[in-house]
Design a binder for this molecule. Structure first.
Ligand SMILES: C[S@@+](CC[C@H](N)C(=O)[O-])C[C@H]1O[C@@H](n2cnc3c(N)ncnc32)[C@H](O)[C@@H]1O
Length: 180
């Protein structure tokens, strides 16, 4: 199964801490293998994500401070494809874009933005696919969640996270966990 990494572009430490953290948690919980906070370092976010991985298990890579162009260049050099999530792209529901992505059989770097992204993100030099989760503007977190869920066809929601110190035992009512 190809692996998915998420590249978060345009993080603004003063206002995006919570949203970028949520995007990384979404990536981890919904089956991505790693998250790259491009261009900038935000140690608080790294700390939060590492703590979650320690407690809740699985292997999830977090990197930060690498220029986005370097990430894309190295990803393509390793034969991966780039998917840019944007409201302006091919609609995931009305086009066959997801099928075309999957048919490549290649690892996927998913780019999510924050403020208005550089124009070059839309070009085939950077993005092999521009994918819209509907053609209305919403959020990097919601678009990432829907993309991952469609890509993994819901199977990511049953994934067992290895070496977890804490696990949730699903309940109709109330909260139950096991700790190890
Ligand atoms: C709040 S939006 C930024 C929109 C920005 N004002 C612009 O014009 O590009 C932040 C990010 O959410 C993602 N996003 C928002 N709506 C989306 C949609 N309908 N489909 C796919 N991605 C979307 C994109 O990755 C976008 O860069």
């Amino acid at each position: 199964m190809p692996r998915i990494y998420v590249l978060r572009w345009g993080h603004r430490p003063k206002r995006d801490k919570r949203l970028t953290t949520h995007a990384a948690l979404t990536a981890r919980a919904l089956g991505a293998s790693g998250f790259i906070l491009a261009d900038i370092k935000d140690p608080k976010i790294e700390q939060t994500i590492k703590k979650v991985v320690q407690q809740w298990g699985g292997s999830f890579h977090f990197q930060m401070g690498i220029p986005w162009k370097t990430v894309v260049k190295e990803w393509k050099a390793k034969n991966g494809i780039v998917v840019h999530l944007t409201a302006y792209g091919e609609n995931i529901q009305t086009s066959n874009v997801l099928q075309r992505i999957k048919t490549t059989g290649k690892n996927v770097l998913v780019i999510i933005g924050s403020k208005k992204v550089p124009r070059e993100f839309f070009s085939p030099k950077i993005s092999d696919f521009n994918v819209a989760i509907g053609n209305q503007p919403h959020s990097e977190c919601s678009s990432l969640a829907v993309f991952l869920d469609r890509y993994f066809e819901g199977k990511e929601l049953t994934k067992k996270f290895e070496n977890a110190k804490i696990r949730i035992i699903p309940q109709k009512h109330g909260k139950k966990t096991t700790k190890s």
